[in-house]
Design a protein around this ligand. Structure first.
Ligand SMILES: Nc1ncnc2c1ncn2[C@@H]1O[C@H](COP(=O)(O)OP(=O)(O)OP(=O)(O)O)[C@@H](O)[C@H]1O
Length: 581
């Protein structure tokens, strides 16, 4: 039951929760073992004070004391070792599990999620929040709950010894915790503000690094840096405020704890004067107060930390509990036609981006999406690969509604070349192999040759083994595009989406790649987006999108004959082609 509570409350796995319980028990035992020397002091004081108070003289046996000290040290060592094992080792394993789970969950989320969510925020959750939680599970929770547990056991002993002095010693403990708990809202608020400010700072730093070229070219660094300085100062202020909010409760609690010693002295003196307790009993309680309050003081600091952590736990749970996109993993397709049936779509409920889209991209044909910028071409291609689901209407592949299919399985049928090519900081060979994980080096090189990569790759210092830097920074835009096309050629899937796939290429290279692509696209469903009319001259079907609606569709000849938007676009490009500067 406790295990289930911990799983739910702290988002732990079963093993993690069980180990946390063991960690708490060993922390309690460790705390008690730290109090064992108090028993030894008590004995020593008794031996020393007894003759002064007219009692018998007790023979001190040094050997016995040394043995007792060694036994106590042994016990402290054994419990500390166990506590360390359960608390620290298992915390790091749990933290690793948490990161893997988050990563797994993210992998299964619809791609639309990543367009909506702030990526710096996601990274902060996986890295920073998990690290902060690591600290809470390795220090705060076991120490706090262990302290409470050991305190309860010690309190029982104290009550048995003298219940009046026990009350005088311990009444401050619940009061101190209640004071801190009452300030919970303030602590949470402070932590929420710090988290939001850190995120804003992370976003701005990332933006600054990504756009450093533009900042320099527009001489905008100073303005941007002063904005960054403003944000970092804001973090500093909110951190100080948050610490003050948390420490107000902790310090008040600690002051209250000290009142316990005062009340023990006052009550003890009164009881001694009335002959109800001996000075020995009072001394024992005063010595005990030092060891009893130490874990409680730590506990107060840890409780504040746990209250501050709540926001991080919520943030990780939010990702863990996101609804994972479902869908059929096993399905059969009649063919690879993609049909848009009465599709309406928007990104944010505010403005319709696509309205009443009806067309079919047939297998064995090239369907080109053209139209003015912002007309909805890329959005149509995203819906075709189920990156998003339509708000109404259906997108159908070979008779199956895409929204019924598992995205990962569905994308096995797609080769996609995006406008913005993403490359990894690995060798060219591995970057192309992304298209087909089990491809041999020969297959990769063949795809690279077809995509006109071979010539520039041979000139690189280590050929196909050259590592191309973060997002392929060592390559030109056209070279990056060719690598992306090589990936698509290697994957050789049945549906091919090309979104401005050759926009960075010069005429010569584009013509060569068009040739390679025509070999690739035989008998496949091809949807191509291009602004250059030359790129889509051989398309079987043209769909013209303007302001989210299909305004014309048909073969290039039919549309030229219609003398509408497509014809206007072709004429304009012919005209601009003839311009001389
Ligand atoms: N992730 C998004 N969130 C919100 N709105 C978006 C998003 N992506 C695109 N839009 C909006 O949807 C509309 C259509 O964009 P889309 O990229 O599909 O047009 P496009 O025809 O491909 O444009 P271009 O030719 O310039 O690439 C635009 O108004 C754009 O602002």
């Amino acid at each position: 039951m406790i295990s289930e509570y911990f799983m739910e409350r702290f988002g732990l796995t079963k093993d993690g929760a069980d180990n946390l319980i063991k960690g708490i028990l060993y922390t309690a035992l460790q705390n008690i073992s730290f109090m064992l020397p108090v028993g030894l002091y008590a004995l020593l004081i008794y031996m020393w004070i007894s003759p002064l108070m007219g009692g018998e003289i007790i023979d001190s046996n040094l050997g016995m004391f040394i043995v007792a000290i060694l036994i106590i040290l042994g016990i402290i060592f054994a419990f500390s070792w166990k506590q360390y094992h359960f608390v620290f080792n298992t915390t790091y394993v749990e933290s690793e599990n948490r990161r893997i789970n988050l990563g797994e969950n993210l992998r299964k989320l619809p791609l639309s999620f990543f367009e909506r969510r702030d990526l710096a925020d996601l990274t902060a959750t996986i890295m920073n929040d998990c690290t902060d939680l690591e600290h809470v599970f390795s220090h705060a929770i076991p120490q706090l709950l262990g302290s409470i547990l050991s305190l309860i056991l010690v309190a029982i002993g104290m009550f048995a010894f003298d219940w009046r002095l026990a009350i005088a010693l311990l009444w401050v403990v619940p009061v101190a915790f209640i004071i801190l708990y009452v300030s919970k809202k303030m602590i949470y608020k402070g932590s929420e503000i710090v988290t939001a400010d850190l995120l804003e700072c992370g976003d701005s730093m990332q933006e600054c690094i990504e756009s450093i070229r533009d900042l320099k070219s527009y001489n905008y660094q100073n303005e941007y840096l002063s904005k960054l300085t403003g944000i970092t100062s804001k973090i500093e202020r909110s951190r100080i405020k948050s610490e003050l909010m948390a420490s107000a409760g902790v310090i008040t609690g600690r002051v209250v704890l000290n009142l316990g010693i005062v009340s023990v002295i006052l009550l003890g003196s009164y009881l001694i004067m009335n002959g109800q307790v001996s000075i020995y009993t009072l001394l024992i309680f005063l010595i005990a107060s030092a060891t009893v309050y130490a874990p409680v003081e730590n506990g107060l600091t840890f409780l504040a930390e746990i209250l501050m952590m709540d926001i991080k736990i919520e943030r990780t749970k939010e990702i863990e509990e996101l609804v994972i996109e479902g869908g059929l993993k096993e399905y059969s397709l009649d063919n690879y036609d993609i049909e848009f049936k009465d599709v309406n779509f928007n990104y944010d409920d505010l403005k319709d981006v696509l309205s009443n889209i009806n067309f079919t991209a047939k297998q064995g044909e090239v369907t080109a999406l053209v139209g003015p910028s912002g007309g909805g071409k890329s959005t149509v291609s995203k819906l075709a690969a189920r990156f998003w689901d339509p708000v109404s209407g259906k997108v159908i592949l070979g008779g199956q509604d895409l929204s019924d299919l598992d995205s990962e399985k569905l994308l096995e049928n797609f080769s996609i070349v995006f406008q913005n090519v993403i490359l990894f900081n690995e060798s060219i060979m591995e970057n192309i192999r992304v298209g087909k994980k089990d491809a041999t080096d020969e297959e990769v090189m063949e795809a690279a040759r077809l995509a006109e990569c071979d010539e520039f790759v041979q000139k690189l210092p280590e050929g196909y083994d050259t590592v191309i830097g973060e997002n392929g920074e060592l390559l030109s835009g056209g070279q990056r595009q060719r690598i992306s096309i090589a990936r698509a050629l290697l994957k050789d899937a049945n549906v091919i989406l090309l979104d401005e796939a050759t926009s960075f290429l010069d005429v010569e290279n584009e013509s060569k790649i068009q040739k390679a692509l025509s070999a690739l696209i035989k008998n496949k469903t091809v949807i191509i987006i291009a602004h250059r009319m030359r790129t889509i001259a051989n398309a079987d079907k043209i769909v013209v999108l303007d302001d989210g609606r299909i305004v014309e569709q048909g073969s290039p000849d039919e549309l030229i004959a219609q003398d509408g938007l497509f014809k206007k676009m072709v004429d304009l490009q012919n005209l601009s082609g003839a311009w001389e500067i």
